[in-house]
Design a binder for this molecule. Structure first.
Ligand SMILES: Nc1nc2c(c(=O)[nH]1)N[C@H]1C(S)=C(S)[C@@H](COP(=O)(O)O)O[C@H]1N2
Ligand SMILES: [Mo]
Length: 251
């Protein structure tokens, strides 16, 4: 992004926070620069567009919030739905046959094992996961940056979003490409020095430390790069079918 574009974006954000006077202009510029979230409900008035536009403008390059090892806390076992027979079959083989498919708007579709991910890159980060219901915990997450996987797959220029799917029926969520490519967005296969336990999404979950817990989908089997989330229905994720959950859930 060149300096002029950046200044324009900053102006957009400033206008957005300045209130109603700058709103119409801000919304027009936000649309032009791709700052409208997919779940916006009209440009004028809704909080979603302004929140998203401001977050995009002001926090895109903000690093993830990391913690010292001494602050690792007891993980919360959050309830999750039933896992299908295919999951337990793979579990019986220690997930050696687990594959994550990377498809959609890419030049090289991939099918990667956990070993393949490990061979690509190993990163560790100590971050907090926070649920919209109020609880949170801090853990060490070990994995491979999604950005490196996307680079291997070769994202096509028309692409704008990444949708990712759990082996659990109908469970999925999505990110825009800037968030997907953020160095803190991790395809996680390890936790607190060991393998990722089943309760926390074994063998593979995505960790999106800059957004609230429901974006960190467990038991991942597929990542699809896309130009539009409308290809997957009207909700942009499985977490906001009733509009109770925002698609962009920055913390
Ligand atoms: N596959 C799957 N992923 C999921 C969920 C789920 O039920 N199934 N719950 C989400 C929600 S709402 C939260 S807050 C976090 C909880 O993460 P934890 O189990 O590590 O506490 O996982 C998210 N990922
Ligand atoms: Mo949650």
């Amino acid at each position: 992004m060149n300096a002029l574009t950046r200044r324009r974006l900053l102006t957009t954000g400033t206008a957005a926070v300045a209130g109603a006077a700058g709103l119409a202009a801000a919304a027009r510029i936000a649309e032009k620069y791709g700052l409208i979230p997919p779940d916006h409900k009209g440009l004028y008035g809704p909080g979603e567009t302004l929140t998203y536009a401001c977050q995009r403008v002001f926090t895109l390059n903000r690093p993830i919030r990391e913690f010292p090892r001494s602050m690792i806390s007891t993980p919360f076992v959050s309830p999750f739905g039933k896992l299908p027979p295919a999951y337990h079959a793979s579990q019986a083989h220690n997930f050696a046959d687990w594959r994550i498919a990377v498809d959609g708007f890419v030049t090289h579709p991939l099918s990667l094992s956990i070993a393949d991910l490990r061979a690509l890159a190993v990163r560790s980060q100590i971050t907090e996961i926070a649920c919209e219901e109020g609880w949170s915990y801090i853990a060490e997450w070990i994995g491979t940056p999604l950005s490196l996987v996307l680079r291997e797959a070769g994202v096509k220029p028309e692409a704008r979003y990444v949708a990712y799917f759990s082996i659990q029926d109908g469970l999925w969520d999505s990110l825009d490409l800037p968030e997907a490519n953020h160095p803190g967005t991790l395809l996680t296969w390890g936790m607190n020095g060991g393998d990722l336990p089943v309760d926390y999404g074994a063998p593979l979950r995505i960790r999106v430390p800059r957004q609230i817990g429901y974006k960190s989908v467990k038991f991942l089997t597929r990542i699809t790069v896309t130009d539009s989330l409308k290809r997957f229905g009207e909700t942009f994720s499985s977490s906001n079918p009733t509009d109770r959950y925002a698609w962009y859930a920055g913390i």
